[in-house]
Design a protein around this ligand. Structure first.
Ligand SMILES: *C/C=C(C)/C=C/C=C(C)/C=C/C1=C(C)CCCC1(C)C
Length: 244
């Protein structure tokens, strides 16, 4: 009965031109390598910075595990592993919000800032999942709601309470905060682009369709590993480890 599925399975497994599968494979390796890097560097840092570096490593490690599942799912079914994708994001994006809070703590950041960002990120992701997997004929509507939550996060870190704390936290932290802000404004904006390539809406007539997975995989590598490296660089700078 499942002959077609079997053929799809075998051919996608052996097909050297399966570039989508390739990005799942390389993505998983990159996340794993980044995790090893962050975890093994932990002992260089004192307690104040260790939590931030640990969270960087957790973000890439959680992603690595999901990439192994997503890669297998892709090879077996030749379709987007949307469920695993959103579970991964639901765990890692809130952790990125935690990173903002952790570096701003020296300037007196309150947990309420962290919870605001986490709440907005959960709204952004749950509504995105609705549009991509549940109510697919209303993808544009749910994507739009998700976009509002996204812009709330952008506003909060660029101009809101987080920005004020970053200014008060001193030059090094302000600089790192700004780079992270650019990640959220530019790096995270890749995701709605992938969403629009993978769903039907008013945008389809001029954007066309494309491989949502390739776009998401590239965005993940930039945002998860790059984001962690900014934190790492800040911790090194603040602590002057590696100079000996
Ligand atoms: C490591 C994973 C990260 C940083 C994922 C970020 C995901 C987003 C910023 C997704 C945003 C979306 C919109 C703004 C609208 C369309 C639906 C989403 C969920 C793709």
């Amino acid at each position: 009965m499942n002959t077609m599925l079997l053929i799809a399975d075998v051919s996608s497994r052996l097909n050297p031109t399966d570039y989508v599968g390739f990005t799942f494979f390389v993505g998983g390796m990159a996340m794993m390598a980044a995790s090893a890097f962050f975890f093994l560097s932990l002992s260089q840092f004192d307690r104040k910075w260790r939590t931030s570096i640990l969270v960087s490593g957790l973000i890439t490690f959680i992603a690595a595990v999901h990439y192994f599942y997503m890669r297998d799912y892709w090879f077996a079914n030749a379709e987007s592993p949307t469920f695993f994708r959103y579970v991964d994001w639901l765990l890692t994006v809130p952790l990125m919000c935690v990173e903002f809070y952790l570096i701003l703590k020296v300037a007196g950041a309150k947990p309420s800032l962290m919870w605001k960002l986490i709440f907005a990120s959960v709204v952004m992701l749950v509504t995105g999942y609705f549009g991509e997997a549940v109510f697919t004929d209303q993808a544009a509507l749910w994507g739009g709601i998700s976009g509002v939550a996204y812009f709330y996060i952008v506003y909060e870190i660029w101009f809101g309470g987080a920005k004020k704390l970053a200014v008060a936290a001193g030059e090094d932290i302000l600089r790192a905060h700004k780079i992270l802000c650019w990640f959220v404004l530019v790096g995270w904006a890749i995701y709605p682009l992938g969403y629009m390539l993978g769903t039907d809406g008013w945008y389809t007539s001029f954007l066309g369709t494309g491989s949502v997975d390739v776009v998401y995989n590239i965005a993940d590598a930039i945002n998860k590993i790059g984001f962690g490296l900014v934190i790492y660089a800040l911790a090194v700078k603040k602590q002057n480890v590696l100079v000996s």
